[in-house]
Design a protein around this ligand. Structure first.
Ligand SMILES: NC(=O)c1ccc[n+]([C@@H]2O[C@H](COP(=O)([O-])OP(=O)(O)OC[C@H]3O[C@@H](n4cnc5c(N)ncnc54)[C@H](OP(=O)(O)O)[C@@H]3O)[C@@H](O)[C@H]2O)c1
Length: 288
């Protein structure tokens, strides 16, 4: 089996490397070809155009920014004809509505479609320890399980297409909200002149504690938001996706809309490519 890997950015690159390390033949495509060099060096075949990669493979993995990128790479006039008979595994973070629309387009073009969005970031992608949430029929899930296990040890079948993508958005709502809540308490404690270690010690011993707080603490203390695993612009994208879908589900979204305003403030502070822990910088900037 040969795998076409479309989108070798921050996440796609280490994920494609996992396949090569497992001796799975990979043909890779990326809009910016320079990013393909490490994969070429590791033995991947390189495609100049997405349809060339799709045609050469049995299975196509997508790790792209958003649905617009997926349409451009997978479902342009030239590419959609190549999808016939291919299994498309969509791993980017998009909305459930978009995922179902892309499924319809893939099935209409004679291919099959499953979704497998991931929780975790670059370190987990490198280690093959991502949490995979799969939207597929059980038979499709079982048929692709060995391949998916290269990215995470226990891919979970959530339900039909759309459900796994919805679950991924629910998780990212928590990441955005919890990081913002932590940053605000941290900023408050600092401005009150309270010892940070004491704050963390009490937090760690309490039922409120979550590991994400310690994961982001040193970046916030140092104001070091370089080399992002997950940048602000993507957290804002996913927050927008969540708000859109949660509004359609008739939920009160005011809390996450507040988080969105803080992410927009970070964008205005030119932090779009900074790690999402830079939410703290926007909190420190005050309520302008
Ligand atoms: N980073 C994380 O921690 C993380 C974790 C879980 C899920 N995700 C999700 O995974 C997806 C990829 O994230 P990433 O961090 O790997 O992002 P990234 O480094 O920005 O990579 C995005 C990829 O999409 C391609 N792309 C964007 N627009 C395109 C277009 N119009 N046509 C063709 N290709 C296009 C980029 O090509 P170029 O190289 O040419 O720009 C690149 O290959 C996103 O949906 C993100 O939300 C990320």
């Amino acid at each position: 089996m040969k795998v076409a890997f479309l989108g070798t950015g921050l996440m796609g690159q280490p994920m494609a490397q996992r396949l090569l390390a497992a001796n799975i033949p990979v043909i890779a495509y990326n809009r910016t070809p320079e990013k393909l060099e490490p994969l070429k060096a590791a033995g991947a075949e390189i495609a100049a155009k997405p349809y060339q990669a799709i045609r050469a493979a049995d299975c196509v993995i997508l790790m792209l920014t958003n649905a617009a990128a997926i349409y451009s790479v997978l479902l342009s006039d030239r590419s959609s004809g190549s999808v016939t008979g291919r299994s498309i595994i969509q791993m980017s973070t998009i909305t459930p509505t978009e995922s179902k629309e892309i499924q319809d387009a893939v099935v209409a073009a004679g291919g099959e479609y499953i979704e497998a969005p991931v929780l975790g970031s670059i370190p987990e992608a490198k280690a093959g320890e991502l949490i995979l949430m799969v939207g597929a029929y059980r038979e499709q899930y079982q048929r692709h399980l060995d391949l998916l296990k290269n990215f995470g040890p226990e891919p979970v079948l959530v339900g039909k297409v759309g459900t796994a993508t919805a679950l991924k958005l629910a998780m990212n709502q928590l990441i955005a909200s919890m990081t913002t809540a932590f940053a605000l308490s941290f900023g408050f404690v600092q401005r009150q002149g309270i010892d940070i270690e004491l704050f963390m010690q009490i937090l760690r011993d309490s039922a409120l504690y979550a590991p994400i707080f310690d994961n982001k603490l040193s970046r916030m203390v140092d104001g070091n938001y370089t080399n992002p695993n997950f940048p602000i612009k993507y957290m804002l994208k996913d927050t927008d996706f969540f708000i859109e879908e949660a509004k359609s589900a008739d939920l009160n979204v005011r809390s996450i809309e507040g988080v969105k305003q803080i992410l927009e403030m970070a964008m205005k502070m030119s932090l779009e490519y900074a790690d999402y822990s830079s939410i703290f910088a926007a909190i420190q900037a005050g309520d302008r």
